[in-house]
Design a binder for this molecule. Sequence first.
Ligand code: FAD
Length: 505
Amino acid sequence: MGEQTTPIKRFVIVGGGTAGWIAATTLGRIFQHSDVSIELVESEQVGVIGVGEATVPLFVDFLRRSGIDEADFIRRTQATFKWGIEFVDWRRQGESYLHTFGDIGRSIDGHDFYQIWLKARAQGDPTPLLDHSPEAVLASQNKFYLPFKAAGTPLANVRYALHLDATLVSRYLSEYAQSLGVKRTVGHVQEVQKNDAGYIQSLRLEGGQRIEGEFFIDCSGFQGLLIEQSLNAGYESWSRYLPCDRAVTVPSAKAAVTTAHTIATARAAGWSWRIPLQQRHGNGYVYASKFIGDEQAARELLASLDTEPLAEPRVIPFTSGIRRKVWDKNCLALGLAQGFLEPLESTAIHLVSKSLAHFIRFFPGTDCSERLQREFNRRLYQDYCEIRDFLVLHYCTTERSDTPFWRACQQMEMPDSLADKLSLFREQGNLLPGVEDFFQPSSWQMVLTGMGVMPAHYNRTVDALDYSALARSLAAGKEAIGKAAAMQPSHDEFINTYCKAELRE
Ligand code: FAD
């Protein structure tokens, strides 16, 4: 047995954006019936970033784990449902593909479905891979339903996420976390006070109030008020792999039909998103300032909108990368204070929950064991690298050479881990999934197929299967998905009957 460490009794969270309130909800739920206190301080002078509107299915899991009623949450955050992302013009202009959640097809006699599909393709079967993904078929028909209502059909295990209004999410979680006993303090942190060992002891607010704590969670946004400005954690930039460094955003009016997926369109010097909410759209253009100026980017974004803009465009600079130490001493950084990966696959909010899951697994006492910190930091770094590689994949496989940006993407330096993965895949479609990878093989297969990257041949063990039986099974699987999807309500019909948003005053 190691030395006993004293349990932490007092957590202080700085920042009331999505990251701060997810942390408050998670810890509030765990310590709801204990003597551990959680206080969140947020400034009225510094607003929340107000973007971050697309999620992944694990966000729905977070709501459930937290005891939040999903329909109530959707109504109050203007949320819509999301089967995945449609990537437009990434491989070549005029081409698009879907990256949806969930598995593709089913294995047959232990053979991986992707290998079976490759074999069928080699035999001349033209069926697209995505015809075997229930989420992709539902997305292409713009249908939605809840998977538990489709028990016994091929749609029973589909995975969905939400599009949501980021500001309303903070508001919702703020109320919910406070109902769990989290204390909210409005105040602007002016000074971070440390002891001789460099541990944070207290925060001094404007007006003189002091807030003491044993463990501090920095959710103060890009500036990293605690982790960087006080503890000087340092930042590892990945701009050599991900050259986009700015986004311009603008909301626009709602369209007649609400799509059940995000649209990510490749543009002259980056890409733009279109996220449907119940009463408006969120839009943004992520671009590389080396190739386009702010005004030109804003003009391109406005010209691309399919409905009228509802505000002036807003520019947000960023640098892709991660703090060198995300957990240092008695401070953990979350959200924008922790790092940034462009929102191409909507992973930032997920990384907040993932960080908290690691933190709970390696939960410290007041001594904040360095061994626990190291293991936490190592794992989170791996999570970031895995997502970074998946993002780079979208750029480095492009065939576009129509603008300097896309030509540069073709020449760009690639992380060794990605180069290794791609070379293995190109032989016979194998991937290297890690134990805790977020993007499973089906995600890589969808993006690689969409970008036209195919293995040289399939795994020859599939030849042991009787091909005519295999072909019948593929056709039957595809037909069953198509039939089940066609019976579901449209996305708008579903929202209107199940979780229509309350009108804003
Ligand atoms: P913020 O929202 O910036 O909150 C900072 C908080 O700190 C505020 O409450 C502020 O009051 C407080 N604060 C600051 N200084 C002080 C002080 N001195 N004293 C007290 N309080 C202080 N994520 C996704 O998952 N999906 C997406 O589609 C997505 N799209 C994005 C698009 C863009 C362009 C950007 C930039 C980010 C996107 N993200 C996305 C990321 C997402 O927005 C953030 O991860 C998420 O909103 C968390 O923000 P935050 O809470 O860390 O910071």
